[in-house]
Ligand binder design. Structure first.
Ligand SMILES: [Zn+2]
Length: 384
């Protein structure tokens, strides 16, 4: 076999590090060695205590501007049913032009591609500005001791980039389809409604909280809340859970609880949604003579990176290398880009995400090489 390209070897070696959150599994150590050889100044940034402790790595080369950053996570989700895997989930086995293993797509292949692109650039050209890598070990779990705290540290230490690429797998099936330039926010709510328990045969002596709960949920039960914006699709709401104080079939329960989640665009804020729902819940509770308690929590605000020279470089390099015209999209779940958006413009482009979080997660070797070329071209243009 011909010698393996650097980006493929690095992807394989990273997959072989069993870095299921919160363990780094040797992946950060490996990156620190590789980046150290290339001249990067590496800072390990562990946050959190005890079992929640997470290790992270910030690496920067140069101090001048333009400062172009790449962000990614080395942690992976658990393997699931290990017996169902065709190849070991931490083997990095290569078969029929694909590399297999947990994290191949999400997102060790993306990190390897960026490191390889930086290496190629530094070997070929003089670095004008500076390059940095923001590598976290806490994306797949709670995301409280990773990027969110690294961003604070970067602010305090004046390591603010001019632009940041996040290497999440953004392409649905082939390279070049999708760049993400924003994400929706997320607001969850647990709503508990209390009525009065009683015998089903004597409903006039009871007050059933179930119809009241259903009426309260109507505006968030599998609906769209707006028509979308120039950048975003409509905000959507889904009921995700229902819990009834269980009793016999002849008893009207006294209490019911539902959970719902809203994915919202920039037409809304957490405050505006909460205010609207509290008003609606209060009005119905009074009318239906029940009491209620609503608990809200949000772990993501919407963000958008609008058209700019930097975003044009991202589009042009993807198009130039893949021959595809990529869509700018804000769909999908939240990502760590939401934290980075607080300090600099950010966009996401990476591998094909088809098998992420699945048994037999894999990516095509050719896609890793394509991504390395795209990142190389991006670095070249961002650095000029
Ligand atoms: Zn990911």
């Amino acid at each position: 076999m011909a010698e393996m390209p650097y980006e493929i070897r690095l992807t394989r070696d990273l997959i072989r590090c069993p870095s299921v959150t919160p363990k780094e599994g040797g992946a950060l150590d490996l990156l620190q060695v590789e980046l150290g050889h290339m001249g990067f100044e590496c800072t390990r940034l562990p946050f959190g205590e005890g079992a929640a402790r997470i290790d992270n790595l910030f690496a920067r080369l140069g101090s001048a501007s333009p400062h172009f950053a790449f962000a990614g996570h080395i942690d992976v989700v658990p393997v699931g049913n290990e017996a169902a895997w065709s190849y070991g989930p931490f083997s990095g086995d290569i078969k029929d032009g694909c590399i297999y293993g947990r994290g191949a797509a999400d997102m060790k292949g993306g990190i390897a591609a960026f490191v390889a692109a930086a290496k190629r650039y530094l070997e070929a050209e003089q670095l004008n500005g500076s390059l940095s890598l923001i590598i976290t070990g806490d994306e797949e779990a709670e995301a409280v001791n990773g990027t969110v705290k690294m961003v604070d540290w970067m602010t305090v230490t004046e390591n603010i980039p001019d632009f940041c690429m996040v290497g999440e797998p953004t392409n649905p099936s082939v390279m070049g389809q999708t760049i993400k330039n924003g994400r929706r926010g997320s607001l969850s709510c647990e709503l508990t409604v209390t009525g009065r328990q009683g015998h089903v045969a004597y409903p006039h002596l009871a007050n059933n909280p179930i119809p009241a709960l259903f009426a309260m949920l109507a505006p968030v039960n599998s609906t769209e809340l707006d028509n979308g914006t120039a950048y975003f699709g409509p905000s959507t709401a889904e009921v995700t859970g229902l819990k009834i104080n269980d009793s016999a079939s002849n008893v009207i329960p006294d209490q019911v609880t539902a959970q719902f989640n809203i994915r919202f665009n920039t037409e809304h804020t957490v405050d505006s949604l909460q205010g609207w729902l509290d008003e609606h819940f209060g009005r119905l509770a009074e009318k239906l003579q029940v009491s209620y308690e609503a608990q809200f929590w949000s772990n993501a605000l919407p963000f958008i990176t609008e058209a700019s020279d930097h975003l044009n470089i991202v589009r042009e390099t993807v198009e130039q290398v893949t021959g595809q015209q990529p869509d700018l999209s804000t769909t999908g779940g939240t990502s760590d880009a939401r934290f980075i958006a607080k300090i600099c413009p950010v966009a996401e482009f990476g591998l094909v995400g088809q098998t992420m979080h699945q048994v037999d997660e894999h990516v095509r070797l050719a896609d890793i090489e394509t991504l390395t070329e795209i990142y190389f071209q991006m670095i070249r243009q961002m650095d000029s």
